[in-house]
Ligand binder design. Structure first.
Ligand SMILES: Cc1ncc(COP(=O)(O)O)c(C=O)c1O
Length: 475
C-alpha cells in the first residue's frame, strides 16, 4: 500500500489558516485576562504529559491541543501590562514577518541557503548602526540575545587583544596566553559575568570599579590601564536604567595608550540613542569597540533576537568564521555564520528588519520616548500615593519600595496574584524594591493608570496589615 505524503493526510494548508485565527483570538483577548495565568491553567499543563503515541496525528489536532492546553498557561507578555524583567511584546509587522520567514525555512548560516534573508539581515544591521550612531562600517550579526552577543563580542575582543601580543587565541586557546585584564562596573549585568566565564576570561578574575548611587561606573575609581585590557561599560542598568559616563571613561582608556577594547552592554538602553530627547544619555558611546543589544527589547521583535556589533569586522570574523570543503563561501560580505557563534541558525534579523520598516526613525523615537514618559507616570503615581521611588527615572525603569523588605515582598506577591499587571522584585542598594520596566509597544497611559491604581490599593492594604501586626506585637 502506498502511503500518502504526511501533508496530504493532515491538512497542510488548513493548519496555517487555523494558526492565524487562533493567534488572533489569543491576542484579542489578552487585554482582559489576568496577566499571570490562572492556576487552573497551570494545573491543566499536566494534560500534555502523556507517553508519546505510536501513530501520527493531524497537524490541526496537534495545534488544537497546543492552543487548548498551552494558550491559557501563558504569561501575558504579548499584552500591555507585563512590566517584569525587560520584556517587550512583538509588533504586528515583526510577528507577521517572523511567521512568513519561518515558512520560508531558510538556513540562515549561509547567503547561498538564505539569499533574501541574508540581504534583509544585512540591511537591518546597517539601519541599526546608522540609527544608533555607531561607526560606519561596523560589522555584526543577529544572535539569540544580549548574552549571546556578549559571548560573540568578548571572544572577538579577546582574540584582537591577544593578537596584538602575538598570540593566536583561536588556534592556541588561553593556556599560557599573555594575561588580559577585564574591567567591569560594580553594577554590571549578571549575563556579562556569564559571558566572561564562557570565553575563558573568568567571572571572578575581573577588576570591579565602584558605582555611584544610580549604578553608574565612577570614572574616578577606574584603575590605571596598562597591558591588554577589556573595559565593559553599560547603557541602561537593569534596575535604575542609568548609563555609564561613556565619553569620560573611554577617553581615559584611549589616553592610556594600552591595547584596549571597550565593550558596551546596551541590551535595552542603547536604543535610547534613537530618541533625540534621550540621546544625550549615551554621549560618547560610539567611541567603544563593540555593542551588545536586543531587538527583542525596545525594537519589540518576537523572541529571540539579539544583535552583536563590532567596530572591527575582521576581529569578529577571526573569532567566529570556520571553513570546510563542503561549506559555501560568500562573495563580498561574509556569510552570517562567519560572525555568529551558531552555524545553523534562524535568520532572525528578518524580524528586526520588519520592526524597523514598520516603525521608521520617527516611530522608534516616539516608542522609546513614550515608554520613558510612562515610566515617569508610574513614578509620579507611586510618589503621590506616599511610596518611595528609589531611582532617578531617566529611562523606562522604576524602583519603588513599600516599606520594609517583608512588606514590599508581600505587595509584589499580591500584585502578581491579583493579575491586573505583573512586576518583579529586586534589591537595590540593600533595599527590597518592586521593579517596573515599561517596554512593550501596546502599553498606554490608561494601562499605567489602571496598574498604578491596582498596585496602590494592594500596597495600602499590605501596609495597613503590617502596621496592625506591629501594633499587635507591641501591645
Ligand atoms: C542590561 C542587560 N544586559 C543583558 C541582558 C540579557 O539579555 P538577554 O536575556 O537578551 O540575553 C539584560 C536583560 O534584561 C539586560 O537588561
Amino acid at each position: 500500500m502506498t502511503r500518502q505524503r504526511p501533508e496530504r493526510q493532515t491538512g497542510y494548508w488548513d493548519v496555517l489558516s487555523d494558526v492565524a485565527a487562533r493567534s488572533r483570538r489569543y491576542l484579542e483577548a489578552i487585554g482582559e485576562r489576568r496577566v499571570r495565568p490562572d492556576p487552573h491553567a497551570l494545573v491543566g499543563l499536566a494534560a500534555f504529559d502523556e507517553p508519546l503515541q505510536d501513530e501520527p496525528r493531524s497537524s490541526e489536532g496537534v495545534l488544537e491541543e497546543l492552543d487548548r492546553i498551552g494558550s491559557p498557561a501563558t504569561m501575558a507578555l504579548a499584552g500591555a501590562r507585563f512590566f517584569g524583567f525587560v520584556n517587550s511584546a512583538a509588533l504586528p509587522a515583526a510577528l507577521a514577518a517572523n511567521w512568513l520567514s519561518t515558512a520560508w525555512e531558510q538556513h540562515g548560516g549561509f547567503e547561498l541557503t538564505s539569499p533574501g534573508s541574508s540581504a534583509l539581515e544585512r540591511i537591518a544591521l546597517r539601519w541599526t548602526v546608522e540609527l544608533l550612531g555607531l561607526p560606519p562600517g561596523s560589522a555584526g550579526s543577529f544572535v539569540t540575545g544580549t548574552t549571546a552577543a556578549h559571548v560573540t563580542l568578548l571572544a572577538a575582543a579577546r582574540s584582537a587583544l591577544l593578537s596584538t601580543a602575538g598570540w593566536d587565541a583561536e588556534s592556541d586557546g588561553l593556556f599560557g596566553a599573555p594575561p588580559v585584564t577585564v574591567i567591569v562596573g560594580a553594577e554590571a549585568h549578571s549575563t556579562l559575568a556569564k559571558a566572561l566565564g564562557i570565553v575563558g576570561l573568568g567571572r571572578r578574575r575581573v577588576r570591579t570599579v565602584a558605582a555611584d548611587s544610580q549604578g553608574r561606573m565612577r570614572p574616578d575609581a577606574l584603575p590605571p590601564i596598562d597591558g591588554p585590557t577589556i573595559v565593559c561599560l553599560q547603557a541602561g542598568n537593569v534596575n535604575t536604567g542609568a548609563f555609564d559616563p561613556f565619553r569620560e571613561i573611554i577617553e581615559r582608556v584611549r589616553a592610556s595608550g594600552a591595547p584596549a577594547w571597550v565593550h558596551v552592554d546596551g541590551a535595552f538602553g542603547l536604543w535610547a540613542r534613537a530618541a533625540p530627547e534621550r540621546a544625550h544619555l549615551l554621549n560618547g558611546v560610539d567611541l567603544a569597540d563593540s555593542w551588545a543589544t536586543d531587538a527583542h527589547k525596545w525594537l519589540n521583535t518576537p523572541y529571540d533576537c539579539g544583535i552583536a556589533i563590532a567596530r572591527d569586522a575582521d576581529a569578529l570574523s577571526r573569532a567566529m568564521a570556520i571553513q570546510a570543503d563542503y561549506l559555501p563561501r560568500s562573495a563580498g560580505d561574509a556569510n552570517p555564520m562567519d560572525r555568529t557563534i551558531e552555524s545553523s541558525r534562524r535568520p532572525r534579523g528578518v524580524d528586526a528588519w520588519a520592526a524597523l520598516r514598520a516603525l521608521g526613525r520617527r516611530g522608534l523615537a516616539e516608542l522609546v520616548e513614550r515608554h520613558c514618559r510612562l515610566a515617569t507616570r508610574f513614578a509620579d503615581g507611586f510618589a503621590a500615593a506616599g511610596f518611595r521611588v528609589l531611582n532617578d527615572v531617566v529611562l523606562n525603569q522604576v524602583l519603588v519600595t513599600f516599606g520594609d523588605s517583608e512588606t514590599t515582598r508581600r505587595v509584589i506577591a499580591a500584585v502578581q496574584e491579583e493579575g491586573t499587571c505583573w512586576c518583579g522584585a529586586t534589591v537595590w542598594a540593600g533595599v527590597t524594591a518592586m521593579r517596573v520596566s515599561v517596554i512593550a509597544w501596546p502599553t498606554t497611559e490608561a494601562d499605567v493608570d489602571r496598574s498604578v491604581a491596582a498596585i496602590v490599593r494592594l500596597a495600602r492594604h499590605a501596609v495597613g496589615a503590617s502596621d496592625a501586626h506591629l501594633r499587635d506585637s507591641a501591645s
